[in-house]
Design a protein around this ligand. Structure first.
Ligand SMILES: [Zn+2]
Length: 284
């Protein structure tokens, strides 16, 4: 509470200076992946309570609750990202000042780079797993974003009518966070799973085996209907990408199924990730 009220005091000053106070962070290697002129996308509503506000390469989402917003991931920190991110949120009729929590799923820069600049303009509490906070400090030093709470496996975050289950699913990074939460399609509830990093990035057979075992654990979680993806192409092969689904959603007629509600596809995606990850183990 103390952190939040201090944050609220500085918001009024910071918003008017948003462009001037952008913090100088360690130099970023510019590439097509983080070039906003190539990667900007229109934001859209995915479910009654879930909005895509990211770019072409990496996602950011807003979960809307009865008592404010939860923002997931903060994208890159190039010039223009802060205004782009806030602009996407506003285009959907949401107010960035209503963001109470920001969850950072990975210590890779495309997920946390924008966090510190966001901290200059919103009074939210930022959370990530301990291992990935360490990664942020290793990369950014004194420019690492402030972390207000550490996510541990099995934690829950409740805001208003919504509870998000938090899981630490290491492999892509040592503290990758994954989320399980309800989404609503015209009032019908579905359970969504958002794996924060479904591709392992380690040569250590112990890490790889643990990652496979964890994907098998996720497969056994009952009742998951919906997959939420952190990158546009992170789906079962041959089923299209995030923006194909967005087009299907925009064209959807009343009574047709929601293109994100495909439980068998999520199981297929996990099977495929397990098979691909096992291949990496076979030469060890
Ligand atoms: Zn990553």
């Amino acid at each position: 509470m103390v952190t939040r009220s201090i944050g609220a005091l500085v918001v009024g000053i910071a918003i008017s200076m948003a462009i001037d106070v952008v913090v100088a962070q360690p130099a970023l290697r510019h590439s097509p992946r983080n070039d906003l002129s190539l990667m900007a996308r229109e934001p859209f509503q995915v479910f009654d309570n879930l909005y895509f506000v990211g770019i072409g390469e990496v996602a950011s989402y807003v979960i809307e609750t009865s008592e404010g917003l939860i923002l997931i991931d903060t994208m890159w920190d190039n010039d223009g990202y802060l205004d782009y991110h806030l602009g996407n949120i506003r285009k959907l009729g949401l107010d960035p000042a209503d963001i109470e929590y920001v969850l950072i799923l990975q210590g890779h820069r495309d997920h946390f780079g924008g966090a510190r600049n966001l901290q200059g303009v919103i009074g939210a509490q930022f959370g990530t797993a301990a291992e990935d906070q360490k990664m942020m400090i290793e990369q950014f030093g004194e420019y690492a974003p402030r972390i207000d709470f550490i996510i541990e496996h099995g934690d829950t975050l409740t805001l208003g009518d919504t509870t998000v289950h938090l899981e630490v699913t290491p492999g892509h990074t040592p503290g990758t966070t994954s989320l399980r939460f309800p989404v609503y399609d015209n009032g019908t509830e579905y359970q969504a799973y958002f794996h924060g990093g479904p591709g392992v990035r380690s040569d250590d057979p112990a890490v790889i085996r643990r990652f496979i075992a964890d994907l098998e654990r996720i497969k056994r979680i009952p009742g998951i209907d919906v997959q939420i993806a952190g990158h546009f192409d992170s789906w079962l092969s041959g089923t299209g990408d995030l923006f194909d689904r967005a087009e299907q959603l925009a064209r959807r007629r009343p009574g047709e199924p929601h293109p994100w509600v495909r439980p068998a596809e999520f199981q297929g995606f996990l099977d495929e990730r397990i098979a691909i990850t096992r291949e990496g183990l076979s030469d060890k």
